[in-house]
Design a protein around this ligand. Structure first.
Ligand code: 5AD
Ligand code: SF4
Length: 459
């Protein structure tokens, strides 16, 4: 979501005549778009601001802006902590940047704008300015959250849930496809409740329409809340060939007692039931999840229930976090906080268990041929082994199940031109690692049709 917001911020700066610089030191203005979902994210933001403050002592004309969730949460307090900051703007102030920045340029004043409203439709986005020209783009379909999980700061810093009008979403995606995008990830804190409040299309309806956009190859979305995930979504996976075979469905804990204290509004049994229905209907779908360890009052027995759930479900991957207190989140006041040591220990146990599962899941793909949407060349290039000779370029892309596949492609003049981000390459999976796969290309797709199946590849 912050990547998307940063693009929106950049577009407004460009409209004011700014250009992107190659290095921080040459910038006249720096905007820090912050996250406060966990304590560590907030610490990172402040340590980067400290670096900028030192830069400003050498370059007094530098304008420093702080946006995003830390800005929303802390407001003018940021000036006290980092006096070198000129602008603090909240999560709903991005569309006012065009007015705020010229004021600071003119008057060299300090401004705080953290106003929030309950508008049914958030301000429209400006034409998307994308720096990376990648084949994949994020599209925010809704903002805010009404769920109030007790550990979570999001409803307090992003406001109430509000869905964007489908016409605007459709136009934005069509424009992105025109500019070369082949995959979109639809973003919302709880995409399953898209449009409900405003009586717009439902999320499955939105998927159906996005699926019809010509030239688009893949659709992903995040995040789904298990309480709102039902048979209509299972059907959406079945009928829309561009919707990828992957769902991220955060479970957070395997203990009913903890789920209740988290205010998640589902039980372990209900979650398991949804997973089994999903797998019965969509074989081969990859399922990933988020888990919090060390929530206040989490006993050894509660934690064991989470481990047990992980063993039962066999997720394709998980994101695991140690609980941290967040301002205004009710769990701050919950008793029986777990020590940092114990939280780290639990995290390691969980990650060790999941790593074996992930590796094993990846292993089952060895020998199969997978359509890979090419994202670009790998950061790591070949050092000249037998498997990866120097004469090849190492590329990376993803399977529809969202697994990273690295592969080599001959760097000969006639072949170089037929591979670029956004192409579908069919690769035979040769090796499975904990976090990626290694493939051998067997064909490149020359059409731009829907590509969920594997039957149609040309070797
Ligand atoms: N502490 C730890 N993890 C958290 N998350 C959200 N709030 C907290 C917190 N206070 C995790 C949840 C969520 C993911 C985005 O971040 O697992 O799904
Ligand atoms: Fe936070 Fe819960 Fe909303 Fe997700 S659903 S953003 S965890 S309050």
């Amino acid at each position: 979501m912050n990547v998307y917001d940063s693009e929106q911020i950049a577009a407004r700066l460009i409209a004011l005549g700014y250009q992107q610089t190659g290095t921080l030191e040459t910038a006249d203005l720096v905007i820090v778009n912050t996250c406060t979902i966990r304590a560590k994210a907030e610490q990172k933001a402040f340590s980067f601001l400290g670096r900028l403050a030192r830069l400003k002592s050498r370059k007094p004309g530098l304008i420093i802006g702080v946006g995003g969730c830390v800005a929303q949460q802390e407001g003018a307090e940021i000036f006290r902590r980092i006096p070198q900051v000129d602008l603090v703007f909240g999560t709903q102030a991005i569309d006012r940047l065009g007015l705020l920045i010229p004021k600071i340029e003119d008057k060299r004043c300090r401004i705080v704008d953290v106003t929030m409203t309950d508008k049914p439709d958030p301000p429209d986005v400006v034409p998307n300015h994308r720096f990376d020209h990648s084949a994949s783009a994020f599209v925010t379909i809704m903002r805010g959250c009404d769920n109030f999980c007790t550990y979570c700061v999001v409803p307090h810093v992003r406001g109430r849930e509000a869905s964007r009008h489908p016409d605007r979403i459709m136009k934005e995606i069509r424009d992105l496809v025109q500019s070369g995008v082949r995959e979109v990830t639809l973003l919302g804190q709880n995409v399953n409740s898209y449009g409900k409040k405003e009586n717009l299309w439902s999320f499955p309806e939105l998927l159906y329409h996005v699926n019809s956009i010509e030239g688009l190859l893949r659709i992903r979305f995040t995040t789904s809340h298990p309480k709102d995930f039902g048979s209509d979504m299972i059907n959406a996976f079945k009928i829309n060939e561009k919707v990828c075979d992957h769902i991220h469905l955060p479970v957070q804990s395997g203990s009913d007692r903890i789920l209740k204290r988290m205010n998640r509004k589902y039980t372990r049994e209900l979650y398991l039931d949804k997973i089994s229905k999903l797998r019965d209907n969509c074989s081969g779908i990859a399922i990933t999840s988020d888990i919090i360890v060390g929530f206040p009052g989490e006993t050894e027995a509660d934690f064991n229930e989470t481990l047990d759930l992980i063993k039962m479900i066999q997720f394709d991957g998980i994101f695991a976090f140690v609980y941290s207190d967040r301002p205004n989140a009710p769990a701050v006041r919950f008793k029986n906080k777990i020590s940092e040591d114990e939280k780290r220990k639990r995290l390691q146990t969980l990650l060790d268990l999941q790593e074996d599962v992930t590796r094993m899941k990846n292993q089952t793909l060895v020998g199969s041929v997978q359509p890979i949407l090419v994202e670009g060349t790998s950061k790591k290039q070949s050092s000249g082994s037998l498997e990866r000779p120097r004469s090849t370029v190492q590329w990376m892309g993803r399977t529809t199940t969202n697994k990273i596949v690295n592969f080599c492609y001959k760097d000969s003049p006639q072949r170089r031109t037929d591979l670029f981000p956004g192409k579908i390459v069919y690769a035979r999976i040769e090796k499975a690692y904990a976090h990626s796969l290694w493939g051998e290309p067997v064909g490149v797709n020359t059409t731009t049709g829907g590509l969920k199946g594997e039957e149609s590849y040309a070797a």
